[in-house]
Every structure is written in structure tokens, then in C-alpha cells.
Design a protein around this ligand. Structure first.
Ligand code: HAM
Length: 425
């Protein structure tokens, strides 16, 4: 294949034999989110770039290095969305969603785009699932959002994952903490990477999130945010933890979690699978109390999380977990002769109208080759129509599991098939 037609680096095709995995994850996530009273929202794949620059933050790796930015024909600057929260909050403000519910509970799926170095579990186009709970400052909402992710992973049967939580405080606590970080990192200034030397002036917390190993080593002994929380943030964090205990959700405190996006405050959390290697976060999220206002709305709090389907599939494959089965085809039709073929086309349409899954080969090939196709299709039944059957106004119905064959009059086909399929399931 010519190189120019190859798939872009860091992307992948979801092939027909794997699609059921994705459908299964979407189905289970939709069920869990709906049980938590969340409603689906779908936003565009591209937005004005400034939306992400303002919200995710222009000193973050995501915006600074990883965003797919482009100009449209009128020279307006857009970006492929690197994440979903900014778009959901934009839509919340633009459509006054806060007028309709309190809190507004939303879930979403969709592709996100980050120009990062591809590796196991890290892609340039990846598929996120996520929720946003906008309006409530109650620590119960924090715990509920975490519980939703936890229950989703449990429903999938996952065992190898660990919830880590932290509080990164509010703007009130951040000032003192930022100063403590500056004091801590200053003596190491010459050992820090180029980006971190800028970050120390612009946004010291980002140093804790640097991916350069030498910076990570220095950051290991940096002061902990938990020592700088004000009374309100401390109290809220205690309440989040006690709700998690009530819900029997095990967690570990990890004061190193800062998250790679600027809009966070207070609760921050990640679900980690340590068997995944470097890209071990199954999902991550936190509270973003200033974001709605920052994007032109009222002073409304919010909390949410997002995770990646690719890492979930890797984790499920590692634990040999099932993704449900694609349902078998109900019936494959085999026609012998031109007249039978025409009658099969009519029957096929009738069967599909009556909600059976049914198929017929595209060519008028030999009986042997049609029977082979019926076998390969995995159908529960094969319907055979030849000259003899036309004369008797009936078809032969072969049970592909038992091999049993019976003659069924045309008029009885649909009820017979229905009862046979029910008794088989
Ligand atoms: P994030 O931590 O940047 O948060 O991404 C969430 C999840 O998306 C990660 O834990 C990981 O599972 C997956 N992910 C991120 N980047 C990649 C990649 N390059 N390849 C594969 N998977 C990836 C957010 O995006 C926030 N919007 C989450 C949030 C929602 N916070 C509040 N509400």
C-alpha cells in the first residue's frame, strides 16, 4: 500500500471483529450513567481553540503541545477537542441548561485528539467516556461521580484498578501552596527542563505534572497540597471521604495528583491500573468550581471525570473478561433457482420487517456454496427454498445446531421461527 494512504500515526481502525467490544462498553456505561440519572450530551468534535486555551489552560501540555489547531476558510482558529469538559460547559452556558435541572447531570462519549507521542494506551485520537455534574457544591456530588466510575468498572468485571484521591484546594489555599512550591523548586532551577523553568513563574503546580524524568525526581519531595488546605477545603475533603466509606468504595490518598488541566480545584481523583505500564490512568477527574463562570456563565460549581475506552479494553483483555457476544444471525436464506430466489427476496424483507436478523447471499450461486455461506454466517437456522418446496408452498428450516430439518408452510414461517428461536435461547 502506498504510504500516503496509510492510517495516521497514533490512530487505529475499529475493525468489524472488534466493534462489539466498543458497543458493549458504550452500552454498559450508558446503563450505569442512566441509573445515576445522567442524560447524554453530544458536542462537536471541533470548537474555537480559545475555549480550550482559556479552560484547560495555556501552560498545560495539552494546550501548549498537543492541540490540533487549524484555521478555517475565514481564518478563524479552531481546534479538534482534546477533552470533553470545556465543550460540555460551553454548551451548558450557551443553552442555559442550568434552568432545567439542578444539578445538571450529563454523560458523553466521543473521540478526543491530542498530538502526543503514541505508545501502548496512548493515541492521538482516542475515545473518551465521561460525565459532568454541574451546579452542586455538595461533597456528595463528588462521591457520586466517583461512585459512577467505580460501579462502571465493577460492572465490567474489572479487578485490577485502584482509586486514588486528593484535594488540590481552592484559590484561597493555592496562593500559599504556590509560594511553597516556588521556594522548594527554586534551588533546583538549573536542573529543571526548559518548560518547568517557565512554569515555575507562570503556574508552579504544573511542575508536579511534568513528564521529564529528572523533573519528576525533583518533584517527588515537593510539599504536599494537603498541608495547605484551608478549613473549608479540609472539611469538604473529609466529607467526600466519608461518603466514599458509606458507599464502600476503597480509595488511597495520593497527594501527588494535580491533574494535567488547569480548571481543577478541591477534589481530584484518578483510577489507576498498575498493570498497564506508563499509561496507567483508566480515568481521571475532579471539581472545577470556577469553570462555568470563566466561560461566561454564572458562578456555578461542577465536577466530573473522563476515561479512555482503549485502556479499558487493554485492562479487560488482560483480565480475560467477556464483552458480551454479538447476537447470532437468526436465519440465512438459501434459494435454489431463479423463481425461488425472487421468493426469498420477498421473504427476506418480510423477516426483517418482523425484526428477525436475516441474510441472503448476493449471487445466485450453487446450493453447495450457499450452504457453506449459511454455515459461515453463524445463523441459528438456514431456510432452504427449491422447486419442490415452491410446489408445496413451504420451506425447509434447518436448525444449524442440531442439524434437525423440518418443512414449514409459508404461512407458518414467522410464528414457527419465533417459537423455535425462543426455545433455543
Ligand atoms: P484526562 O486525565 O486528560 O482528563 O483524560 C481522562 C482519561 O482519558 C485518561 O485517564 C485516559 O484514560 C484517557 N486518555 C487521555 N489521553 C489519552 C490518550 N492520548 N490516549 C488514550 N487515552 C487517553 C480529562 O480529559 C478531563 N476532561 C476529565 C474530566 C471530566 N474532568 C472533569 N470532568
Amino acid at each position: 500500500m502506498k504510504d500516503k494512504y496509510r492510517i495516521p500515526r497514533g490512530t487505529y481502525d475499529i475493525l468489524p471483529q472488534d466493534s462489539f467490544k466498543w458497543q458493549y462498553l458504550e452500552k454498559v456505561f450508558r446503563e450505569v450513567a442512566t441509573n445515576f440519572n445522567y442524560y447524554q450530551i453530544t458536542t462537536p468534535i471541533f470548537e474555537r481553540a480559545i475555549l480550550f486555551e482559556r479552560s484547560v489552560g495555556d501552560t498545560t501540555d495539552i494546550v501548549e503541545k498537543e492541540m490540533y489547531k487549524f484555521k478555517d476558510k475565514k481564518d478563524r482558529i479552531f481546534a479538534l477537542r482534546p477533552e470533553g469538559t470545556a465543550s460540555v460547559v460551553r454548551s451548558y452556558v450557551e443553552n442555559n441548561l442550568g434552568d432545567f435541572a439542578y444539578p445538571v447531570k450529563l454523560f458523553y462519549f466521543g473521540p478526543m485528539f491530542r498530538y502526543d507521542r503514541p505508545q501502548k494506551g496512548r493515541y492521538r485520537q482516542f475515545y473518551q467516556f465521561g460525565v459532568e455534574n454541574i451546579g452542586s457544591n455538595d461533597p456528595f456530588s463528588d462521591a457520586e461521580v466517583i461512585a459512577l466510575a467505580y460501579l462502571f468498572f465493577q460492572k465490567l468485571g474489572l479487578k485490577n484498578f485502584q482509586l486514588e484521591i486528593n484535594s488540590i484546594g481552592c484559590s484561597n489555599c493555592t496562593k500559599d501552596y504556590d509560594n511553597a512550591l516556588i521556594d522548594y523548586f527554586k534551588p533546583f532551577q538549573n536542573d529543571l527542563c526548559q518548560d518547568c523553568r517557565i512554569r515555575i513563574k507562570k503556574n508552579p503546580k504544573r511542575l508536579l505534572d511534568c513528564k521529564v524524568p529528572s523533573c519528576q525526581k525533583i518533584a517527588r519531595n515537593a510539599p504536599s497540597m494537603l498541608d495547605y488546605l484551608d478549613d473549608g477545603c479540609k472539611q469538604d475533603f473529609e466529607e467526600v471521604k466519608s461518603y466514599l466509606k458509606l458507599m464502600k468504595i476503597p480509595y488511597r490518598i495520593n497527594s501527588r495528583i494535580v491533574r494535567g488541566l488547569d480548571y481543577y480545584n478541591k477534589t481530584a481523583f484518578e483510577f489507576i491500573n498498575n498493570n498497564l505500564g506508563a499509561q496507567n490512568a483508566l480515568a481521571g477527574g475532579g471539581r472545577y468550581n470556577g469553570l462555568v463562570e470563566q466561560l461566561g456563565g454564572k458562578n456555578v460549581p461542577g465536577i466530573g471525570f473522563a476515561g479512555g475506552f482503549e485502556r479499558l479494553i487493554l485492562s479487560m483483555d488482560q483480565e480475560n473478561l467477556p464483552f458480551g457476544d454479538r447476537e447470532n444471525l437468526d436465519v440465512y436464506l438459501v434459494a435454489i433457482g431463479k423463481k425461488a430466489r425472487e421468493m426469498c427476496v420477498v421473504m427476506l424483507q418480510d423477516l426483517r420487517r418482523a425484526d428477525f436478523s436475516a441474510d441472503l447471499g448476493v449471487e445466485n450461486s450453487s446450493v453447495k456454496s450457499q450452504m457453506k455461506k449459511a454455515d459461515r454466517s453463524g445463523a441459528m437456522f438456514t431456510l432452504i427454498l427449491g422447486e419442490d418446496e415452491i410446489v408445496k408452498s413451504s420451506v425447509i428450516l434447518k436448525n444449524m445446531l442440531s442439524g434437525e430439518q423440518l418443512t414449514v408452510p409459508f404461512s407458518e414461517l414467522i410464528p414457527t421461527l419465533k417459537s423455535k428461536l425462543i426455545s433455543q435461547s
